[in-house]
Design a binder for this molecule. Structure first.
Ligand SMILES: Cc1ncc(COP(=O)(O)O)c(C=O)c1O
Length: 388
């Protein structure tokens, strides 16, 4: 007779049972994930269908179309990668970077470093230009670098979640065409929440995530590439060195052939469809305006309390605000207090901003005046208790 052993704390024999999962109530006002829209949660809880079911294939086409509108692009190769934002980030690099290609990365925060690291793993000749964390690149700075370095790819982060800076994009796409390089844009913290016009801005490749402006849980990484980028992909010398993220293979599933590639996370795509439907029902511009007006109310409220914002008003990102931790305040203790006593998550600083700022996110479903008032009230009444 076979006897089974308990390798976990669920041990029927002894009568011990682990209780079914129950998740604490949290208001996620950090750098992401943000809370999901209740309708998205309902969509996620539906029974899965097969990943080649005609119903699902129709849904895939709808998700692609909705994503094109959300990104304002006609790009044929627009699809959600099965994975988080980093998977979609890696997909942009993996598909168009060949060994020895010169890739220029504009680094002005944590995620610029991640792009440079990824490009180096695909054996690119990586060059970087850097700005202080909290600043954006000027067109002139980018032009000088493009002229001197002559990269085949420029990679930039539109919305730097580590600093709260929104990179102005006017003219950058034209510069990249002038200097004959492709432009990759990280839109992880901008899609849905901040004006973003992929075709008009001449962005060649972009990626994002599901868990911020789209009000879904983490798990999908929207990806798009235009014909210029496709041409580079088609002219590669060797195979894309990443099987899972190879867009030419993925497109046989997402395009007309519908050939199995991997088992799609079908429920995540149910959620994505609902999230995008809700975004477009509200209206893209209405969503951008909502994010901006709620962020402005937060900025004003924090300044009225005597707090300093880390980023100059011209470059502030509506989805993510960095607030300087005042002298003598234990920033970590305050954010732990918010979580433990109010169920509210805010973020701390990353990298060179570690211990210096808090990061407050108002993204997607969570960008509401009610949440602005809630967080401002706690700062007003409770921050002084953390001052030494
Ligand atoms: C700007 C930016 N890029 C990339 C990523 C990576 O996305 P993920 O954590 O979903 O893999 C993040 C994550 O927050 C981000 O903020």
């Amino acid at each position: 007779m076979t006897t089974t052993q308990a390798f976990s704390s669920i041990d029927k024999a002894s009568g011990d049972t682990l209780s079914p999962i129950s998740v604490p109530d949290r208001l996620l006002l950090g750098p992401g994930p943000s809370n999901s829209h209740p309708n998205v949660l309902k969509a996620l809880a539906l029974q899965p269908v097969g990943h080649l079911d005609p119903f699902y294939i129709q849904l895939m086409a709808e998700v692609q179309d909705l994503l094109r509108t959300a990104w304002q692009t006609k790009n044929r190769l627009t699809l959600p990668m099965s994975g988080t934002g980093s998977a979609a980030m890696e997909a942009t690099i993996a598909n168009i970077v060949e060994p020895e290609d010169t890739v220029l990365v504009g680094i002005k925060g944590y995620f610029g470093h991640r792009l440079a690291d990824m490009a180096s793993r695909y054996k690119a000749n990586v060059k970087t230009i850097e700005k202080r964390w909290g600043e954006a690149f000027s067109l002139n700075e980018l032009e000088i670098a493009l002229k001197e370095i002559k990269p085949s790819v420029l990679a930039l982060v539109h919305a730097e979640t580590s600093t709260g800076v929104c990179q102005p994009m006017d003219g950058i796409g034209d510069l990249c065409r002038k200097y004959n390089c492709l432009l990759i844009l990280d839109t992880v913290t901008s899609l849905g929440g901040v004006p973003l016009l992929i075709d008009e801005w001449k962005i060649d490749l972009a990626y994002s995530c599901s868990q911020k402006g789209l009000s879904c849980p983490p798990g999908l990484g929207p990806f798009t590439m235009n014909e210029r980028a496709e041409e580079k992909l088609n002219n590669r010398q060797g195979k894309v060195p990443n099987w899972y993220l190879d867009v030419s293979l993925l497109n046989k599933y997402w395009g007309s052939d519908r050939v199995y590639h991997h088992t799609a996370p079908v429920n995540m795509n149910f959620g994505m469809r609902e999230a995008l439907r809700l975004l477009l029902e509200e209206g893209l511009e209405a969503s951008w305006n909502r994010h901006r007006s709620n962020a402005e109310a937060l900025w004003q409220g924090l300044e009225n309390l005597g707090l300093k914002l880390h980023v100059d008003a011209r470059f502030r990102l509506p989805t993510l605000t960095t607030v300087q931790i005042p002298e003598g305040v234990d920033g970590k203790a305050f954010s732990s207090h918010l979580l433990n006593n109010h169920g509210i998550e805010i973020g701390g600083g990353l990298g060179s901003l570690g211990g210096k700022v808090w990061r407050i996110g108002l993204m997607g479903y969570n960008s509401k005046m009610e949440n602005v008032n809630k967080i401002l009230e706690i700062f007003k009444t409770e921050l002084s208790k953390f001052q030494s």
